[in-house]
Design a protein around this ligand. Structure first.
Ligand code: FAD
Length: 407
């Protein structure tokens, strides 16, 4: 019987497995999961799950019955893969052959180089969350390295738990890269009103981290001391198991628009690790590390595998999912649609950044994304506005690229 192996048993791995069987796959599916737990949702790990002992049962995904037809191997990783021979070497020392392969290995939390310092917490998995949650009590002095989404969410959760929180980051404002300076500065003010202290725009020269004390020294000599340290400095795609196959592993797995890795038939990627061109935005392959993307890519990757491995007739329309994400900090929901990453300017369209607002993100004159700070009732309308603007750009690419009058 033909076999598809799914490497990575989280959101992307689960949804592609369900999608394969739902679309008519009648062969084997084996899911390899490095973690010991059944698939669970990660967004609460930097939010509600940090406020009390996190319960795996409440974090576990609801699964469609089709998922139960697969063989799930927990605590087993793919160590290496030979794409030509179609075999995997597993962490339990066995080999596994496949007819179709899904890379659903996501990303791993980055740590600063050892010469800067070692130790401290990261938050990527349930076990990470549990270890940090046990340390966060009223009066704990928490030092967060990094002011991206996860660092900012952890800071917000910890300060509401009664911790003293210091955030240290190289950027000038929190979430500068994804949201821009003006929005980042407004979110920083919100954190400061809650009592979070920021040390921004300076690199970290070194840090020490013992069981009960941590000290960070910034490049300008400033020292930040605390009891507990979290490294929230970003993530790296988990692709080392595919080394040696002559693939570009610089930033995830480069896919075509059908999610085939470098165009190889029967070999696809989904979720955070997949880097693919999205015609809704442009033809540059990009990764998107947000919850909705594993869902969308899983559906398309399952269809691609079925068409490569069987005679199934599948959707041939270009794959053009709408990027979106949300983040919860205090009582504020930050929600985005479209691609803020490609914008060259942001403009407040409605409201006030220090209260609730809709912010438009533009590339030239084109609206390429929008962000809601609060305003949950405007979500459907803003989403429609972004979808319409992106669809119009897709229909008139020539207008977009035409030289300006007189130019
Ligand atoms: P992952 O969830 O990373 O799963 C990959 C799995 O593959 C892991 O279980 C890993 O252990 C396993 N694996 C890796 N290598 C191997 C191997 N060699 N063999 C076998 N298994 C392997 N998104 C939002 O939109 N909003 C949010 O508010 C939000 N909050 C978040 C908060 C936190 C703390 C985190 C960590 C993420 C958050 N996200 C959020 C992002 C969202 O959770 C991810 O986009 C999503 O989990 C990606 O799913 P995935 O299946 O692609 O990868």
């Amino acid at each position: 019987m033909a076999r598809i192996v799914v490497v990575g048993g989280s959101l992307g791995g689960l949804r592609v497995t369900e999608g394969l069987y739902a679309a008519g796959w009648d062969g084997e599916v084996v899911v390899l999961s490095a973690e010991e737990h059944a698939p669970y949702t990660r967004p609460p790990l930097s939010k509600a799950a940090l406020t009390a002992a996190p319960d795996l049962a409440t974090l576990a995904f609801k699964q469609r019955p089709e998922a139960g037809r697969a063989e799930w191997r927990y605590g087993v990783s793919a160590v290496s893969c030979d794409l030509d021979a179609r075999t995997l070497r597993l962490s339990d020392g066995t080999d596994l052959s496949w007819d179709g392969l899904v890379a659903a290995t996501g990303v791993e939390a980055r740590r600063l180089p050892e010469v800067v310092g070692t130790g401290g917490h990261v938050v990527r998995t349930y076990d990470d969350c549990r270890a940090l949650q046990e340390r966060l009590t009223t009066g704990t002095r928490l030092v967060v390295l990094g002011a991206g989404f996860i660092g900012s969410e952890i800071a917000a959760t910890a300060v509401r738990l009664g911790c003293e929180v210091d955030v240290v980051a190289l950027d000038d404002v929190p979430m500068q890269a994804p949201l821009g300076r003006e929005v980042g500065a407004a979110i920083q003010r919100r954190h400061e009103r809650e009592g979070v202290r920021f040390h921004l725009g300076r690199g970290i020269a070194s840090f020490t981290c013992g069981t009960d004390a941590t000290r960070v020294t910034l490049e300008d000599g400033t020292k930040v001391e605390g009891d507990v340290l979290v490294q929230a400095i970003g993530s790296a795609p988990a692709t080392s198991w595919l080394a040696g196959n002559d693939l570009d592993l610089t930033d995830g797995l480069v896919c075509d628009n059908d999610l085939r890795i470098e165009g190889r038939r029967g070999v696809v990627a989904v979720g955070d690790v997949a880097r693919f061109p999205n015609p809704l935005i442009d033809d540059v392959p990009r990764r998107v590390e947000h919850w909705q993307m594993p869902m969308d890519t899983a559906r398309r990757a399952a269809a691609t595998l079925l068409s490569d491995l069987t005679a199934a007739v599948v959707d041939t329309a270009p794959f053009a999912p709408l990027p979106s994400f949300w983040s919860d900090q205090y009582d504020l929901r930050v929600q985005s649609f479209g691609s803020l990453a490609v914008a060259d300017r942001a403009e407040v369209l409605e409201g006030d950044l220090d209260d609730e607002a809709v912010v438009g993100y533009f590339r030239g004159d084109d609206l390429v994304g929008a962000l809601l700070l609060g305003m949950p009732r405007q979500m459907v309308r803003v989403r429609k506005m972004v979808v319409a603007a992106l669809a119009q750009r897709q229909e008139c690419p020539r207008d977009r690229d035409a030289p300006a009058a007189g130019g």
